[in-house]
Design a protein around this ligand. Sequence first.
Ligand SMILES: [Zn+2]
Length: 78
Amino acid sequence: MNTSDDSGAETCVVCGKAVAGTSGVTHIYHDRRPFALCCPMCVDMFQRAPARFASGERPQSVVEDLLADLKWKNSSRW
Ligand SMILES: [Zn+2]
């Protein structure tokens, strides 16, 4: 069977989890397009680099960059 309903196959733009039917799913608008986010952590990540997530870059590499940046900032606090 061919089930191609992309309206119901929404996934979190940050972690890639399916968000259909998930409670707590949020949509953030960037460039007038809605982006689905499954949890506050993903919202936080998205807000740090909305343009990168919106551009279709691999979310995993964006998240890795952001986490590395955060770690660096935390460890270099004096
Ligand atoms: Zn997520």
